[in-house]
Design a protein around this ligand. Structure first.
Ligand code: SAM
Length: 272
């Protein structure tokens, strides 16, 4: 099988059998798994997950967040779409191992940008659509928003953690470097919008009550600070992984310091 960009390499950074792969919401002294878990909790709380939640998770990684939705928030039903084949296989295996095999039927390896990859007609109509640190990668995020708005049931909610351009960002000398970094990170340049334009995309997709919370410092500087400590004590990480995390850490630090990007928790509800 051809190597995937999104794979299970993050196992090396995690504690126990966890395999989180997000940027984390960092507090002093956190392990990588701890910070990733906190970002997921923040998303689950923002979405108000509980035992009435019918969740559709897009970009569910290796399934750690699916276990959180099921075991911490006690959600009623679960379905998911994830581009990565290796991660999807691992997520399914872990859910089965933990006795949640009944939910695996609706976990699919697919690109959410493809029209026919959305929930099967026999699956529950979702009232929560979640994207944990994944939407900025989608090839057609705007199309995803439109589909999410029509898929959600009445009173539903889309919740995602995502990047926007900082309010002070102006195209200029840093644009070529930004483009190069984004390309290396598989982030389409057209996904980086000002908050105003991001909200306008959600609005034209049919969402209202758009709320955002800025987590930039704890996410972007948090990851960069953690890596600068961790790399000194890291065991033998494969060169490719070491390079990937080093580039990510530098990128986040640079983008924060020069006020290029902001990392937000976002929620929106489909209009009547
Ligand atoms: C940065 S990782 C985050 C993984 C996971 N949410 C976590 O917090 O550990 C991005 C995730 O988005 C998924 N992804 C990226 N593009 C996608 C697409 N077009 N359709 C579905 N999933 C996608 C990847 O497979 C990967 O699992």
């Amino acid at each position: 099988m051809a190597a995937e960009f999104f794979d299970t390499a993050e196992i090396a950074l995690n504690d126990g059998d966890q395999c989180w792969g997000n940027l984390g919401l960092w507090r002093e002294g956190d392990s990588y798994s701890g910070a990733c878990h906190r970002l997921a909790l923040e998303l689950g709380d923002t979405a108000g997950l509980d035992n009435s939640s019918q969740v559709l998770d897009v970009g569910f990684g290796c399934g750690d967040q699916l276990l959180l939705w099921l075991e911490h928030f006690g959600v009623a039903s679960l379905q998911g779409v994830n581009l990565s084949a290796s991660q999807t296989a691992r997520a399914i295996a872990r859910l089965r191992q933990r006795g949640h095999g009944q939910h695996c039927r609706h976990l699919k390896q697919a690109d959410v940008s493809e029209e026919n990859r959305w929930p099967a007609p026999e699956a529950a109509v979702p009232n929560r659509i979640l994207c944990l640190d994944s939407a900025y990668h989608f090839r057609a995020r705007q199309h995803f928003f439109a589909h999410a708005a029509t898929t959600l049931s009445q009173g539903g909610k889309l919740c995602l953690s995502d990047f926007v351009l900082a309010p002070t960002y102006r195209r200029g000398v840093r644009e070529p470097a930004l483009r190069a970094m984004l390309q290396a990170s598989r982030i389409p340049r057209h996904n980086l919008l000002s908050l105003e334009n991001y909200a306008a995309q959600l609005d034209s997709a049919g969402f209202t009550r758009i709320e955002t919370r800025d987590l930039s410092r704890e996410v972007m500087l948090g990851f960069a600070g953690w890596w600068s400590q961790y790399q000194q004590q890291a065991g033998p990480l494969p060169v490719r992984s070491r390079l990937k995390y080093a580039v990510t850490a530098r990128f986040l630090h640079w983008a924060y310091r020069h006020e290029l990007l902001r990392y937000l928790m976002i929620s929106a509800e489909p209009g009547a």
